[in-house]
Design a protein around this ligand. Structure first.
Ligand code: 3H9
Length: 727
């Protein structure tokens, strides 16, 4: 039971064991308490609607009740929205529309109650949860980090379906509402108060007392504290007249289209519903909202995004060990980071933000100073965005210490190395760490060197593991943990638990060249390069893959990662996997020409002094085997030739036991590479295409380009049996 609700007393009037909803009354104030049984969170399913209906009626009829509050029985969640599991069982648009209408009508009833009803919010109020709060007459939230408010439906390919598209704009203004609904982002309690979503902020320990007082005050018709609703002057001007609103809606549509390229229908549908409400009134807006909710609930995009939600929550519970195995993770309080470059500093940044003490070591004072500045810069940016106070930044920075020797390493629990990609250098630092840090796990952030090769120098190989972070570390959500046959269960459990602690989604993969993410990336990048070999245009290749749904094209990605880095991994992958991993001639020649990519302001593209991209470097074409002569390749052909080998390689990784499941393969690709989320990941996309279709296309390509497109044996077998990767 949460600290907030434990002080509740009163006479219980109703109790529904199935839903966990109860009604009690004390001193004229009714408390509606929701504590869904057998669930860590409260969700809204079709069973709770009728119970709430009954309770609302009872509150209205009971003369001894002056008003009511809605509280949660969970420690960290108020209400997490509609039950997503129930939503994914919706099979027709009509069914989805009916669900939405049901929710809207219930909340209309709540909003129309004659007695004051207050949302007493402690913990996450998300989706339908926030929609309930918005239908309450008054909202009081706790000023607690766990109290967050959001309408995250677009992240599931949906729109708020219980009146959120109508009530939020009327509560916070059009532009603020559009920003929340179109991004689905979390709003902290204080910000929610500043925006005017909640009327008051209180400490959790006095929430119930304050709410009870306000119920009485509202019932007596007294005025309550005025909300801090904050609008910029220009925003007020723009949205307070019809012409201004037209401009706001037009800009919102343009921004959405630019960002989603039309691949995600939900944000546009949300704009339609909001606009319908402004133009034709709330009921028209609600009808539009429900109609779209029905369509979106059965859309492929929503199905895939929901699958990502469930895969991510399943990974939160995964200890990283084989099914049924258990090991107690060591609590990581202090870590050492070797190398204060871009990756090292990035790792230090996420570690200190999670409260870990960090010792960052590099060879010179200049280098460690630069690393510390990089940590500070990320934190400063967060202060600028008001995600952190100056005081919190100072406290966080105090956790990073830097050194050019191993001082302060004796009591570290974990050392993560991000030094130069050279086996001899890795061996040297491993031996040094084992000598100075007697109980530390040694984790390598290598992206190219097999972990077992690094572990050959170890006296404690059971404590050697890979922790492959993605760049920039503070933004990229994935962590690939690489285990060797000698890595102990406790080492794996510890780094997996620590990865989650620093906010990463963690997949555990078996050791092998490129591990998982870089291995499936390699044939995709190489085949893109081979299109250039044949004379395809650099920007045409990039555009084709952006049109497929990747955030950037493969050639842009090369420039961003750095051509020297790509040049290092290419030969390793080719040596391990042969023809299908051999880098293109164009890539090799571009590297030989001294182009290093964006960091050197010269790659496949040209960059100005500030690093802003200027366009294709036409000089690259002279380096291709096609010697400047150009061909046009159809977009679908370019997509097929690059994406199919990525899918095929993902299946090989599953076959080879590199990844544990299609789920991990999907999450690794979506969070590590930016594989289009609306396609669900390589395995879900394979299921959508059908193994037989993919095998036929790969066979056809393999006939044209021998050795590069041979379908994985497992894929052939699945094509023959008609099996799927996901049930
Ligand atoms: C919506 O509201 C539509 C409406 O507008 C209209 C309706 C008509 N449903 O993440 P965790 C489960 S759409 C079902 O590990 P945390 C989750 O799967 C909804 N299940 O905990 C997991 O299950 P299990 C909009 C849900 O503390 C368990 O709870 N709402 C739901 O790290 C624990 O979850 C959202 O998109 C749900 N709504 O984070 C919110 N929520 O134990 C989605 C959670 O079997 N949820 N579960 O593995 C979240 O963002 C996070 O779960 C939350 C807790 C912040 C609440």
């Amino acid at each position: 039971m949460s600290t907030v609700t434990s002080t509740l007393t009163g006479t219980v009037l109703m109790e529904d064991a199935t839903t966990g909803i109860s009604l009690s009354v004390h001193d004229g104030v009714a408390t509606v308490r929701y504590d869904q049984p057998n669930s860590p969170v409260n969700t809204l399913n079709t069973r709770v609607g009728p119970v709430f209906e009954q309770i609302f009626a009872r509150i209205e009829q009971d003369a001894s009740i002056v008003g009511a509050m809605l509280v949660s029985g969970k420690a960290d969640t108020w209400i997490a929205g509609a039950d997503i599991d129930e939503l994914r069982r919706v099979t027709t648009p009509m069914e989805g529309e009916a669900l939405s209408r049901g929710g809207q009508q219930l909340l209309n009833r709540l909003a129309a109650m004659s007695k004051p009803f207050i949302a007493a919010i402690h913990g996450a109020a998300l989706g339908g949860g926030l929609e309930i709060a918005l239908a309450c007459r008054y909202r009081i939230a706790t000023d607690h980090p766990k109290t967050i408010l959001a309408l995250p439906e677009v992240q599931l390919g949906l729109l708020p379906g219980a009146g959120g598209t109508q009530r939020l704009p009327r509560t916070v203004g059009l532009q603020a509402a559009l920003d929340m609904i179109l991004t689905g982002k979390n709003i902290r309690a204080k910000k929610a108060w500043q925006m005017g979503i909640v009327h008051e902020l209180v400490h959790p320990s006095i929430l119930l007392e304050v709410v009870a007082k306000r119920v009485h005050a509202l019932a007596r018709g007294e005025s309550t504290p005025v909300r801090a609703r904050a609008h910029g002057a220009s925003a007020v001007l723009l949205e307070d007249n019809a012409i201004g609103r037209k401009i706001v809606f037009r800009q919102a549509r343009e921004t959405v289209l630019k960002k989603t390229r039309g691949q995600y229908p939900a944000p546009l549908a949300a704009i339609e519903a909001i606009q319908a409400g402004y133009l034709h009134g709330q009921e028209a807006g609600l009808l539009e909202e429900a109609r779209s909710f029905g369509d979106l609930a059965v859309s492929e995009v929503s199905r895939e995004l929901v699958s990502i939600f469930f895969a991510t929550t399943a990974l939160k519970k995964d200890n990283g060990l084989p099914e049924g195995e258990h090991a107690d993770p060591v609590r990581v309080r202090k870590i050492g980071v070797l190398g204060a470059g871009f990756m090292g500093a990035g790792i230090a940044t996420v570690a200190v933000q999670a409260g870990t003490i960090v010792r960052m070591k590099d060879a010179s004072l200049e280098r460690v100073a630069a690393g510390s500045c990089a940590v500070r810069d990320v934190l400063r940016e967060r202060v600028k965005r008001r995600q952190l106070t100056r005081l919190q930044m100072d406290d966080t920075l105090a956790l990073v210490g830097s050194t050019i020797d191993y001082s302060g390493f004796a009591n570290v629990d974990l050392v993560i190395e991000a030094v130069f990609e050279d086996l001899a250098v890795k061996h040297e630092v491993l031996r040094e760490v084992e000598a100075v840090a007697p109980r530390a796990i040694f984790a390598s952030n290598t992206s190219t060197i097999p972990i077992r090769d690094i572990a050959t120098a170890a006296g404690r190989p059971d404590q050697v593991v890979g922790m492959h972070f993605f760049s920039p570390v503070h933004k990229m959500p994935l962590l690939e943990v690489i285990v060797t046959p000698e890595t102990s269960a406790q080492t794996t459990a510890t780094v997996v638990a620590y990865g989650k602690q620093i906010g990463k989604t963690v997949i555990v993969v078996r050791d092998g060249p490129g591990f998982y993410v870089n291995r499936i990336l390699a044939p995709y990048i190489n085949e893109s390069g081979k299109l250039l070999d044949e004379g395809a245009s650099i920007d045409a290749v990039d555009e084709a893959l952006v049109a497929f749904g990747f955030p950037v094209g493969p050639i842009t990605l090369l420039d961003e990662v750095g051509l020297d880095i790509a040049g290092k991994s290419g030969p390793i992958m080719a040596a391990a996997f042969g023809e299908r991993m051999r880098p293109s001639a164009t890539l090799q020649r571009v590297i030989e020409s001294g182009r290093l990519g964006r960091k050197a302001k010269r790659g496949f593209y040209r960059y100005d002094e500030q690093g802003k991209r200027q366009g294709v470097d036409q000089g690259v074409y002279a380096l291709t085997p096609a010697s400047g002569s150009r061909i046009t390749v159809a977009v679908e052909e370019m997509q097929r030739r690059t994406v199919l080998p990525m899918l095929n390689e993902a299946v090989r990784c599953l076959e080879d036991g590199i990844i544990r499941s299609p789920r991990d393969g999907d999450i690794g690709a979506v969070f590590g590479i930016g594989f289009p989320p609306f396609r669900g990941g390589p395995f879900r996309f394979l299921d959508a295409l059908g193994a037989a279709t993919v095998v036929a296309q790969l066979d056809a390509l393999n006939a044209r380009y021998p050795g590069r497109y041979e379908p994985a044996a497992l894929l052939r077998a699945m094509a023959a049996s008609g099996a799927r990767f996901h049930p």
